[in-house]
Write a protein that binds this ligand. Structure first.
Ligand code: ADP
Ligand code: MG
Length: 229
C-alpha cells in the first residue's frame, strides 16, 4: 500500500510536469513542422524529399509520445453519466478505423445495443482505444480484431477485445498496467496503465487471456444500470 501511494504521488508529479512541458514543447514543434512542409518542394531531388519526410514523421512521433503522457496528465472532464456501451464501441471503431487499415487489420464487431452503464464516455473511449490499439499493434503482418459486447446474468456489461497477435507470456501479463512497461521500440508503456485506472474508476474489472504467438483477449466487465429514461 505504501509503495502504491508513493507511486501515485510520483505519477501525480509527473503528470503535472508533463502537461506544462507538453504545451511548451508543442509550439516550437508545430513551427518546425510548418517550415518543413514549406521546404517540401515537389521539384526537390528524391534524397532530400526523403529527409524531409523522415523529419515530419519523427516530429509526429514525438507528438504522439506527448499525447500518451498527457493522457494521464489532465482528465478531460469528470462528468459521469448514463452511457450506452454499444454506441461508444461503435464510435471507438470509427475512430480507430484508419489506424487499423494502415496496419492491415480488419475489425469485426458483434455489439450489444442498449447496454447501459454509469461512466464518463470520453474516458471509457480512451481506455478502449488504448486496448484496441495494442491489439492492432500486436499483429505486425495484419490480421483480425474481434470486438464484442454482451450482458451477463450477474449484472455486468462484458466487452471483449480479441486479437490474433504475438500474445504474451505469464510474466508479461503480470506487468500489464504498470507504468513504463513496454516491449515496443517506441512505446511509452502508459496505455495500459491509463486503461486499468479508468476501468477501475468505473468499478469495473479487466481480465486478460493470452497465449504466446496465438493471441490475446481483453475482457472488461462494467456494472450495468437500467436502460432507457
Ligand atoms: P505501449 O503500447 O506504449 O507499449 P501499453 O501500456 O499500451 O504500452 O502496453 C504495454 C505492453 O503490453 C506492450 O508494449 C505489449 O508488450 C503488451 N501488450 C499490451 N496489449 C497487448 C496485446 N494485445 N498483445 C500483445 N502484447 C500486448
Ligand atoms: Mg499501447
Amino acid at each position: 500500500i505504501r509503495t502504491e501511494l508513493q507511486n501515485a504521488e510520483k505519477l501525480k508529479v509527473i503528470s503535472e510536469l508533463t502537461s506544462v512541458f507538453a504545451h511548451e514543447i508543442r509550439n516550437p514543434m508545430q513551427v518546425a513542422r510548418g517550415f518543413l512542409q514549406l521546404l517540401n518542394d515537389p521539384d526537390l531531388p528524391k534524397g532530400k524529399k526523403e529527409y524531409i519526410q523522415i523529419s515530419l514523421e519523427e516530429l509526429d512521433r514525438a507528438n504522439e509520445i506527448i499525447n500518451d503522457f498527457l493522457a494521464f496528465g489532465k482528465p478531460v472532464n469528470n462528468i459521469s453519466e448514463r452511457i450506452d456501451v454499444g454506441y461508444q464501441l461503435h464510435r471507438v471503431v470509427k475512430i480507430i478505423q484508419g489506424y487499423s487499415l494502415n496496419h492491415n487489420v480488419q475489425i469485426k464487431t458483434e455489439i450489444l445495443e442498449d447496454g447501459w452503464i454509469h461512466a464518463n464516455a470520453q474516458k471509457l473511449n480512451q481506455s478502449l482505444i488504448n486496448i484496441v490499439k495494442n491489439a492492432i499493434e500486436s499483429m505486425p503482418n495484419g490480421g483480425m480484431v474481434w470486438i464484442s459486447s454482451t450482458s451477463t446474468d450477474d449484472g455486468f456489461i462484458r466487452i471483449s477485445i480479441k486479437d490474433q497477435g504475438i500474445g504474451m507470456t505469464k510474466e508479461q501479463m503480470d506487468r500489464l498496467g504498470y507504468p513504463f512497461y513496454s516491449l515496443k521500440e517506441s512505446g511509452t508503456g502508459l496505455g495500459m496503465m491509463v486503461s486499468y485506472q479508468i476501468i477501475r474508476s468505473f468499478k469495473g474489472k479487466i481480465q486478460v487471456k493470452s497465449e504466446k504467438d496465438i493471441g490475446t483477449e481483453f475482457i472488461i466487465f462494467l456494472p450495468k444500470i437500467n436502460g432507457s429514461s
